[in-house]
Design a protein around this ligand. Sequence first.
Ligand code: CAA
Ligand code: NAD
Length: 289
Amino acid sequence: VRRGFSSSAVRSVVIKNVTIIGGGLMGAGIAQVAASTGHSVTLVDTSDDILKKSVKGIEGSVKRVVKKKFADKPEAGEELIQKVLQNVSTSTDAGLAVRGSDLVVEAIVENLKIKQDLFATLDKLAPAHTIFASNTSSLSVSDIASSTSRLDRFGGLHFFNPVPMMKLVEVIGTSATSQETFDSLMSFSKVLGKTPVSCKVRFTIIIVAVSCHASKEDIDIAMKLGAGYPMGPFELSDYVGLDTIKFIMDGWSAMDPDNPLFAQSELLNKLVAEGKYGKKTGEGFYKYK
Ligand code: CAA
Ligand code: NAD
């Protein structure tokens, strides 16, 4: 067990080895940022084909970062690319991967039961000091943690998409999360170069937009030009993933069924049923191919 002391003399776990479960949009981004800040990262997904795609995506994304940050220092840029690729290994065996981990960050499908099952299994295999964190957008971190016996070493680490660009991380402590775990997650986020805050967000703009009858183009243009958003809500929904948006909205609708904000959107349901999940599948509200 490796332990250290932060400058404020609060005990926190020194996080060096990180396992990230889920190599999709978020997991790959988190792996990239953790690897580029010197962590040893194991990225886990269900197949080698998916993992190959994740690593290709990471390489492409680091190259974009390097092109901006090291435009006049190509050697330093190349060094960063090599460092990231060396620091990321992949595995399809989550149980094996967590054995040497200080921190497990879960970024799999937004489904409570699937997340609970995963953590219940990992709880039996990870070392005692390992901290578990979920990147869930909308589920209760306490509910996810309840499938484990390490409630004090469990929290939320909510990154934003695209992870390499977005500075914010929400660190979520449940009523059972220990101060040491919370501090470790805050320090880890800072070491990643992010700005951690401890609160929860809601995607009201997205929800209002998908329930609204104006044209998606008009709403997107209005929000970009009138409200200064970098993407309109429909573009952003496609960027986040319509499957993920639907999981989030269905979850909130189940918790608050009479709230008209969470009423079913026929269009969203239709697109998801057709496998049109947004940018990642080439079509969602808009076409990308
Ligand atoms: N990796 C690395 N660099 C990236 C990148 C990525 N994935 N995406 C963008 N960049 C960098 C690159 O340097 C890029 O330049 P190149 O195209 O030359 O490589 C530069 O950013 C500019 O990108 P773009 O020209 O594509 O467009 P942009 O200026 O609009 O910036 C953006 C892109 C940062 C994604 C911006 O559109 C934006 O901030 N959009 C809103 C994102 C947002 O709100 N995210 C939160 C989603 S909600 C969420 O995450 C929570 C949840 O639980 C669902
Ligand atoms: P995604 O669909 O891009 O990726 C999920 C990955 O998890 C897939 O590659 C899938 O194969 C893998 N996976 C599923 N079950 C698994 C299991 N049991 N073991 C290992 N791998 C498994 O999804 P995403 O957009 O990266 O979202 C992941 C999580 O992050 C969700 O909880 C989501 O709510 C949250 N989140 C998403 C965004 C966003 O903008 N997309 C932002 C913040 C948080």
